[in-house]
Write a protein that binds this ligand. Sequence first.
Ligand code: HEC
Length: 459
Amino acid sequence: MNIEIFLGRFHPLIVHLPIGFVLLAFLMMLWAKRSKSTSFHQAISFSLLLGAASALGSVILGWLLASDGGYDDSTLFWHRWLGIGVALLTIFAWLVNAGKIKASQRVLPATLWVSVILIGLTGHFGGVLTHGSTYLVQYAPGFIQKMLSENATANEDISLPSQPDSIAVYQHLIAPIINNKCVACHNESKKKGGLILTSQEDILNGGEQGEVVMAGDPYESGLFQRVVLPQTSKKFMPPKGEPLTYSEIKLLEWWISGGASFDEKLLDKPLPKEIETLLLKDFHVSVTVKPYYERVAVEPASAESIDKLTAVGFSTKPLSADNNFLQVELTADSPTFQQIEALLEVSEQITWLNLGGKGITDAMLPVIGKLPNLTKLSIEQNEITDEGVQELRKLAHLQYLNLYGTKISDKALESIKEINSLNSLYVWQTDVSQEAIEALNEDRPNLTIDSGFQFENVN
Ligand code: HEC
């Protein structure tokens, strides 16, 4: 077995011989034709004989080398059969030239033309097998790379969903690494070490030496251990082809440490800073979701409208120096509907609104429902009921909603459930039941609900 590989590894050395000999015969043929000389006949014959012999040798050694596996199947297919084609054509050319096969004058030149073209193609596929498809043009001038990159890119099978929350860790990050670097030798037909890495089931089944993934412990997992050995180690994976990159190793380590789940999403758990950084660097995935008010821009509110608000008992402050959003708070008690309606003067700009404990009623909430950029609303300790809360369903960007100490009940949660952007909800000291909260939490796991439940139990 090993002797085959030992011999096979001479293939790259001797393949250069037939290339030289056949090319030489081809050039002599062209020259002889041009100078109408017959004195090349013997030399062409000798050159073709050496070409045929070395081509045959190359085919045999190449076959042995390929038996070791680990090459891209379709590239290998073309390289192998084109190479065999070259050997057969060269033998044929020699026989024709030596008069052992009777053929018309035109056959020899035609055969040599085809051989030379096939040699070029075979050599190209051979290069792709050993150096990868990007080797040749890696340092090419930009315009050539651009022309080629429209057809092929190095990472073409890594296509990530554009939204970070739809990225599945195994499917989108881990499987592509394994497919690119391991599956050539670990698949249904080529189970090196008894290990198949093409499906969840096979990965969990492990190889001859047992399991290769120990959920939670990469350092005990063959799948990880093997890729971080010194590259000179016999056990280093992949034994052939490109080793894993630093990012790929880190992703694999993080995936196994986190429990090696096959269906977890990227944002299901907090991401370590390092993973966040490499996702951004290598995959251009940004997982830090900016707050709404940093993603949109509004015109500044006019001084006149701010004055109007102040006149009816509101205080306004800019949210930050970078944008025109406003934080607005009611300072007056028990406002009239008209006072509240004044908010519409700056409806675009209000992003934080505090009306806590000021005698707000259901009748005023339709006004609040018309503030399109509201992200934070405090209306706690007011006489608000389920009916009023219905008006808040239209707040498409609301993230924080404080309803503590209001008159709402379970029914309000039905309206609140429709506010998809919401991530913090305060409902303690209301008639909302623990069951309803649990049901909402099940529907919306990312929504933090503060119900003050434990405090009430203590009382
Ligand atoms: C060129 C072929 C080739 C490639 C590519 C390859 N392997 Fe292997 N792998 C082997 C061979 C051969 C064995 C058996 C000999 C050994 O255990 O070292 C093996 C064995 C293993 C084993 C041990 C299985 C057992 O239980 O005995 C693990 C784990 C493994 N490979 C992981 C990987 C990973 C991970 C990758 C991708 C990063 C990979 N291999 C890529 C050829 C390959």
